[in-house]
Ligand binder design. Structure first.
Ligand code: FAD
Ligand code: 2HG
Ligand code: ZN
Length: 493
């Protein structure tokens, strides 16, 4: 295939030895080195959580986890690994959904969890400068008294770290309002594969001095270097936020509904999220949010969660109520009913029905996750086509595939197609791939809207990127990391 014109990036890498661990133990304090080798001599089980991803789908065989406390230590570790040609996997909260945060073999795991200091916050500009290992939710809590909010929010907020968010270019629930991290990240501090520190930790809103190098690291999934510091523009907290769940009989009504909601709510619309009936059923079955009344759910085909965030509570409530009234009194109503939150607890509970689907799916079984960008009009067709395809293959059975569900960020054109199975199996995987990727390609969509490529989709990049783009991605990887030590086997191989 022409996309393989540039030679493979896979390199022979060295395994960690006792000598390496002795060296790491000179850079870090004993509690920050976890290794099966002396002087740490930890049992293998202690490394298990670092070697396994959030879904329990991908497993590494690393013998050594390093937990540096500052950028200098990261630099010294990488310098050594570069010299010794040891593979390094940066790990944040380990909530990634494409297997990027765990080793493919026995690479060193470089955990950022001990780098969790907030470096500065300016309440006038809203610019926050922080270590990469700060947990997203703790940053949200830190800036809340200053009446600011992080420009991103996701279901994994309690565990994921800002360095991981930047490295995956996480989208999440606020993208509709605040845009992608490519816009809100103002600067990065990055340790390059050979240990050199690249300080681009700018707090400037504007800086047109040539190539914007930091953008390369946003979404690089740890393949070009380790992000150690992040400068990010946070937003003024809205005075009021409301939400409502709209119940629809038919998916075909979601698009006209989105148009009306956008026109009606204009500047106060902050989220327009979608879950199909299967996703709703799983969320409520596994205790995510409070189920709506049976009478409200009767005849439901899917649900849309609309959030508003604005400057004046009465004004926003009035607009939302007017919207509901006009939707319900239309000649041919697009919705059967709407459930408006009446308290902060209800607000969170309605959000949990949408945010909690991932958690619910993981309780129900083993998920094959396809995180795709496709035209909004195709969301349901893709879910239905996948289910039908699996049915034809005889795999829609309780002991194989239990559910095929769709949910996601309608406002961003991003569908989460989840196939929930009893166990991970080659048979199911080969029924799904390349079927799903070819479907996405037929819509000229993206095989990864927000979760990244990780180890899961390296072989499938060409469904979205053309040969020339892939060639230049490889050249960029080679330029930064000619020894191939940074997160080997991920993104581009
Ligand atoms: P990890 O999982 O630890 O790492 C992810 C990748 O980034 C890996 O390739 C890793 O090597 C690299 N990396 C991590 N830290 C660094 C660093 N400091 N420097 C260089 N590379 C690094 N994603 C979305 O986009 N939107 C969502 O709405 C969303 N919701 C989620 C909900 C749940 C319940 C879960 C479990 C996941 C969700 N995700 C979502 C996926 C995931 O949480 C995000 O991708 C998140 O940004 C990953 O952050 P992390 O700190 O856990 O990174
Ligand atoms: C979401 O939007 C996340 O809830 C996770 O991106 C999606 O689990 C998934 O497939
Ligand atoms: Zn998502």
């Amino acid at each position: 295939r022409s996309f393989n014109r540039v030679p493979s990036l896979v390199r022979d890498l060295s395994s960690v030895t006792a000598e390496d661990v002795t060296h790491f133990s000179k850079i870090l304090s004993p509690s920050c080195v976890l290794s099966t080798f002396p002087p740490s001599s930890a049992p293998v089980e202690e490394l298990a959580n670092f070697n396994s991803d959030w879904m329990g789908k991908y497993k590494g065989a690393s013998t050594t986890v390093l937990k540096p406390k500052n950028t200098q230590q990261v630099s010294e570790i990488l310098k050594w690994c570069w010299e010794r040609r040891i593979g390094v996997v940066p790990q944040g909260g380990n909530t990634g959904l494409v297997g990027g945060s765990v080793p493919v073999n026995d690479e060193v795991i470089l955990s950022l969890r001990n780098m969790n200091n907030i470096r500065s916050f300016d309440p006038v500009s809203g610019i926050l400068v922080t270590d990469a290992g700060c947990i997203l939710e703790s940053l949200t809590e830190f800036i809340a008294p200053h009446r600011h909010i992080m420009p991103l929010d996701l279901g994994a907020k309690g565990s994921c770290m800002i360095g991981g968010n930047v490295s995956t270019n996480a989208g999440g629930l606020r993208l509709l309002r605040y845009g992608s991290l490519h816009g809100s990240v103002l600067g990065l501090e990055v340790v390059l594969p050979d240990g050199t520190v690249m300080n681009q930790l700018s707090t400037l809103r504007k800086d047109n001095t040539g190539y914007d190098l930091k953008q390369l690291f946003i979404g690089a999934e740890g393949t070009l270097g380790v992000v150690t510091g992040v400068s990010i523009l946070t937003a003024a907290a809205p005075e009021a936020s409301n939400n409502v769940i709209l119940v629809l009989r038919d998916f075909k009504d979601v698009l006209p509904l989105y148009q009306i909601v956008k026109q009606h709510l204009s500047e106060i619309l902050s989220a327009f999220e979608f879950i199909d009936k299967g996703a709703y059923d799983l969320a409520t079955k596994h205790g995510q949010g409070r189920a709506l009344d049976d009478s409200d759910v009767e005849g439901a085909g899917c649900f849309v969660l609309v959030e508003t965030s604005g400057g004046k509570r009465e004004h926003d409530e009035e607009k939302l109520n007017e919207l509901l009234e006009s939707l319900l009194s239309a000649d041919k109503p697009l919705i059967t009913t709407g459930v408006l939150s009446q308290s902060p607890a209800q607000f969170s509970s309605l959000w949990a029905l949408r945010e909690g689907v991932t958690e619910a799916v993981s309780k129900e079984g083993k998920a094959y996750k396809y995180d795709i960008s496709i035209p909004l009009s195709a969301f349901k067709d893709v879910v239905d086509a996948t289910r039908e395809h699996l049915r034809k293959k005889g795999l829609m059975r309780d002991d194989a595939v239990k559910h095929v569900i769709g949910y996601g960020h309608v406002g961003d054109g991003n569908l989460h197609l989840n196939v929930v199975a009893q166990t991970y199996s080659k048979e199911i995987e080969s029924a799904l791939e390349p079927f799903v990727y070819e479907l996405v390609e037929s819509y000229r969509g993206s095989i990864s809207a927000e979760h990244g490529v990780g180890v899961m989709k390296t072989h499938a990049l060409h469904y979205t990127k053309d040969a020339v783009s892939i060639e230049w991605m490889k050249k960029i990887k080679e330029l930064f990391d000619e020894r191939g030590i940074m997160n080997p086997g991920k993104v581009i191989v």
